[in-house]
Design a protein around this ligand. Structure first.
Ligand code: HEM
Length: 406
């Protein structure tokens, strides 16, 4: 049957228009219709007017080793054998479990405790300590199940001195004893400690219950060398009256700043922890005008607004001295400071705790605070805050800890 000439012309026009639209969309990296080829990664490769395009499968995250981005040109040739074999879902899960961190990135709590222990050096005490470290998860679970909010958590850190005798494993790359820093006016002291227990909870009863069980398990093998109970003060303020913790990293920047990665694969998922106990001279602080206090901290007191950096070479604020930048950008740490007080003894302080992926970042902050930038312009917060302890630990990943139990 003869097809009318008008219909033929119409079909040709429609085909040309479709091809043109497809070409434009293809250049913009858009999904194109056509015969489909199946990609290794559950997505599809579709031929389009401008070439072949990768269309991801229904799963939201891109496959780890997939080299094709959405809409990127692809070849339909069979994949060339790669030296790196494809990871299965099970392998990926094992990988994640092997490096699962402790509760490093948990948020500020209502109550917290910082317990620093010294472990006796004899073989029996070390064996006990290893066994207690290996059962950290069980000790924590025993409290979490009784905590309606389910937010109780505890991190354990091991110091440089205790690392080899307790673990028998290679040291994390940067782990070193806390280096004393002597500025012209103030000193960051270095004090002993083999293990750090950083406990965060919605109430103090849970912390006391946990520490009681923990210390019973250690028996004579461990001695507490320092113990501080921290509490949340109004608006998450420190006892100097300023909101503390605002500039902490969050979202994906948080694990990027705190957890060791490929740079030290054996310790991936671990975190360096630096602690210092500061005692405040509140009378001296109160004697300063609020404007001066704000210049010292680098934020306003009432509404916590960040102030501009002082122009060089003027005295830098605390927040400026603690901002570490180089050609790679800004290097953050995660602080979980808590106020503590014993009013009857006139003791008011801040327990500083900083988690970091790279120990040198926290160390650089301390140097800038105590020595000054430029020297001798030290951090004026130190004129009313005396560091009475200083210890460095490494909080290994959960599997590393569990394996210590044998
Ligand atoms: C007496 C002890 C300390 C007190 C009371 C204190 C208090 C504060 C306050 C109120 C802020 C501003 C708000 C915020 O962003 O959190 C701040 C910022 C900061 N502090 Fe401290 N701090 C103390 C010690 C330290 C130490 C020892 C370090 C590091 C070794 C440190 C590192 C930082 C950092 C990284 C910031 C954020 C800087 C930025 O804005 O990027 N702080 N601190």
């Amino acid at each position: 049957m003869a097809v009318p000439a008008g219909t033929v012309v119409m079909v040709i026009v429609v085909r040309v228009v479709v091809a043109m639209v497809a070409a434009v969309l293809a250049r913009a990296g858009t999904v194109l219709v056509g015969g489909a080829g199946v990609c290794r990664h559950a997505g599809t490769i579709r031929p389009g007017a401008g070439g072949d395009y990768y269309i991801p499968g229904p799963h939201p995250p891109m496959p780890r080793r997939c080299r094709l981005e959405f809409g990127e040109r692809a070849s339909l040739a069979p994949p060339t054998p790669s030296s790196q074999p494809e990871m299965t879902v099970n392998q990926r899960r094992t990988d994640m479990l092997d490096t699962e961190p402790q509760a490093i990135n948990a948020p500020l709590s209502i109550a917290a405790a910082f317990l620093v222990l010294s472990i006796k050096d004899d073989a029996a005490s070390l064996a006990t300590a290893r066994s207690v470290l290996g059962s950290t998860d069980d000790l924590v679970k025993n409290i979490v199940i009784r905590d309606v909010s389910g937010t109780f958590n505890c991190n354990v850190g091991i110091s440089h001195r205790a690392w080899s005798p307790l673990t028998g494993k290679p040291m994390p790359r940067e782990l070193a004893p806390f280096k004393e820093i002597r500025g012209a006016t103030h000193t960051a002291v270095s004090t002993p400690g083999d293990l750090l227990y950083h406990v965060r909870a919605p109430s103090m009863d849970l912390i006391v219950e946990f520490e009681k069980t923990l210390l019973d398990a250690f028996g004579d093998a461990a001695v507490a060398v320092d113990e501080v109970a921290g509490f949340r003060y109004f608006d998450a303020r420190d006892l100097l009256g300023f909101v503390d913790g605002t500039a902490n990293p969050d979202g994906l920047s948080l694990p990027a700043a705190t957890l060791v990665g490929d740079e030290d694969p054996e310790h991936a998922g671990g975190s360096y922890v630096v602690v210092q106990k500061y005692l405040h001279d509140l009378a001296a602080w109160r004697a300063r005008q609020v404007e001066e206090q704000e210049r010292i901290i680098g934020r306003t007191k009432y509404d916590n607004t960040e102030l501009p950096d002082a122009p060089a070479p003027e005295q830098k604020s605390h927040k400026t001295l603690c901002t570490i930048e180089d050609e790679q950008g800004e290097h953050d740490i995660f602080r979980c400071n808590m106020p503590f007080a014993n009013p009857g003894r006139g003791e008011y302080g801040t327990y500083f705790i900083g988690y970091s992926r790279r120990l040198w970042v926290t160390e650089r902050m301390l140097e800038r605070m105590f020595i000054g930038d430029p020297p001798p312009l030290h951090d004026r917060i130190l004129d009313v805050s005396k560091a009475t302890t200083g210890t460095t630990f490494f909080a290994p990943n959960r599997k590393f800890l569990a394996d210590l139990g044998g």
